[in-house]
Design a protein around this ligand. Structure first.
Ligand SMILES: Cc1cc2nc3c(=O)[nH]c(=O)nc-3n(C[C@H](O)[C@H](O)[C@H](O)COP(=O)(O)OP(=O)(O)OC[C@H]3O[C@@H](n4cnc5c(N)ncnc54)[C@H](O)[C@@H]3O)c2cc1C
Ligand SMILES: Cc1cc2nc3c(=O)[nH]c(=O)nc-3n(C[C@H](O)[C@H](O)[C@H](O)COP(=O)(O)O)c2cc1C
Length: 480
């Protein structure tokens, strides 16, 4: 190459470099502007983003969706499904719905009222366009069942899906990005996804990451196991203490542990969830952090032991290890420590309630003002089934546990049979507690107890008042 040609080549290269250095930030600024440019006139009515979520993950996805749309200039109204009225849908042009499934194909608590109130019959909403994200877990028999019912009902009501229902198993980021892109398009964004739409980082752009719902599996050792109710007419209840082999584990009252069951006798490996009945040591690096559980032995109709409870209560030797994941369960996290708490549950549901008492104990020790706690618990027999009697008595004596009411279903002299039967006789007290701002937390059996307690609470407080408490996050349940 001649000297002239080389000079020209260098000059071109420099101009190219300068242009690309200048253009790159300009393009970025342009993208940013595109991203936050109001997508419709600021007079566009707020777009309803409604969610049905039991343990809070769906609610977090809904919040994320709302934040993204707000950043694009669209006014958004974010509501749990139970707070959505038919009149609002009569007027709405578009709606975005995130619907998780719980129980055995059931609606989450913050959508159960919506299902009974509105979804019994089709409405007439030919003007309504909607986007629906159904969330679930394929290991359950009724995958995304509530989301599917919601979809079928909206279609029957004449509403038009803006895109086919999305069904998500777990925390699928790719699907979340797809959802965000479709949601933005439905909201009227001109360029819903200026950056690479399927890039995993698109979800996190400009946002702080939400804490993971599930921790990575870690090995824990079985330190103690003890039957608490020998002689009871009910199935044995075991108190288990597990210790993490790694440090740094963290959780809070309301969270749940998933325990891994190894493959055995031709059955594949599986997971079972158990309420954490204790809190970690304040110092997460402390080697003596431990988790306590209450496990009821389960018998199958053929007399064989339940897979998880059988393995954990019998086969796993003391000192043996089990893989454990911690699952954040924001739907059952505590209110502020000064809020009065009414804790209601039966059987091993006590575990999830006791964690809340312990959290208050910690708050009190840390110098916080703590509200009173009233515990209502149901079991089989007073003589054998008062689990953690000493612990509860100590909390009573300390004034932390303001009141303790127990119901026993198998005692001959039992005045009240089940925990729900304690509620009507305490109607006046319950009214006072609720007037004082109490939150109602229910933990334990879904079948029988949960409905019984819900009916009794509705009878005392009124169904509307109970719905309002639920909508305000003051009536929360963790059921199984
Ligand atoms: C959020 C959450 C918190 C929980 N907290 C607790 C807790 O604190 N304490 C507690 O004890 N439990 C708790 N559970 C319940 C727990 O996860 C397990 O469901 C329970 O231990 C029973 O599991 P298992 O493997 O022993 O029984 P499984 O083997 O799963 O059997 C359970 C039932 O399923 C039926 N079944 C399943 N397989 C068969 C089969 N092959 N043949 C016949 N029938 C069958 C039977 O009706 C049987 O009664 C919780 C559950 C959830 C979701
Ligand atoms: C007790 C329990 C029951 C569940 N039942 C179902 C079910 O029947 N069908 C399903 O698809 N997913 C089921 N799931 C999975 C949840 O839908 C899934 O974990 C989801 O991420 C929870 O979202 P949320 O936090 O918004 O409630 C169940 C989960 C739990 C803990």
């Amino acid at each position: 190459m001649s000297a002239d040609a080389t000079r020209w080549a260098w000059a071109l290269l420099c101009v190219g470099l300068w242009l690309s250095l200048w253009l790159l930030p300009w393009r970025q600024r342009q993208r940013q502007r595109q991203r936050i440019r109001p997508t419709r006139g600021s007079d566009a009515p707020p777009l309803l983003v409604a969610f049905a979520s039991q343990s809070g993950e769906g609610a977090q996805w809904a919040e994320r969706t709302a934040r993204l749309l707000a950043a694009q200039g669209r006014a958004v109204r974010l509501l749990p499904l139970d707070r959505v009225q038919a009149a609002e849908l009569d007027r709405a042009g578009e709606v975005l719905l995130i619907a998780s499934t719980t129980g055995a194909g059931d609606a989450p608590d913050n959508a159960a009222g919506f299902e009974t109130r509105l979804m019994r019959t089709p409405h007439a909403w030919p003007q309504l366009r909607y986007g629906l994200l159904a969330r679930g877990d394929r290991s359950y028999a009724h995958f995304c069942a509530f989301g599917q019912r919601l979809d079928a009902w909206l279609r029957a009501s004449g509403a038009t899906p803006a895109f086919e229902r999305m069904e998500v198993d777990g925390d699928d980021r790719l699907m979340l990005n797809r959802w965000l892109r479709e949601a933005a398009r439905l909201a009227g964004a001109e360029d819903p996804a200026p950056s690479a739409p399927d890039a995993p980082e698109a979800v996190d752009a400009g946002e702080e990451a939400a804490p993971a719902a599930l921790s990575a599996p870690q090995p824990w050792r079985l330190l103690q196991r003890q039957v608490l109710n020998a002689g009871s007419p009910g199935a044995p209840v075991h108190h288990l203490v597990l210790q993490p082999l790694e440090t740094g584990v963290q959780w809070q009252a309301g969270d749940v542990a998933r325990l891994h069951l190894p493959a055995q006798n031709g059955e594949p490996a599986a997971w079972r969830e158990y309420s954490l009945a204790s809190l970690p040591r304040e110092d997460p690096e402390s080697p003596d952090s431990r988790a306590e559980f209450l496990l009821r032995e389960v018998r199958r109709p053929d007399g064989s032991r339940g897979r998880g409870s059988g393995w954990l209560c019998h086969a796993l030797p003391l000192g043996g290890t089990v893989q454990l994941q911690l699952r954040r369960n924001p739907g059952f996290h505590a209110p502020e420590p000064e809020v009065p708490l009414v804790l209601i549950g039966n059987g091993t549901g006590l575990a999830g309630l006791v964690a809340h008492i312990q959290q208050r104990e910690h708050a009190s020790k840390a110098g916080r003002r703590v509200g009173p706690i009233w515990l209502l618990h149901g079991e089989r027999s007073r003589a054998f089934d008062t689990h953690w009697r000493a612990k509860l008595q100590t909390w009573r004596a300390q004034g932390l546990l303001h009141r303790l009411d127990q119901a026993f279903s198998r005692d001959a002299d039992a005045h009240a049979r089940y925990v729900q039967d304690l509620i009507a006789p305490a109607a006046q007290r319950l009214h006072h507690w609720v007037a004082d701002g109490a939150a109602l937390y229910v933990c334990g059996q879904r079948q029988g107890m949960a409905q019984g307690v819900d009916d009794a609470l509705a009878q005392v407080l009124g169904r509307e008042a109970l719905d309002a408490l639920q909508a305000a996050g003051r009536y929360r349940r963790d059921l199984y």
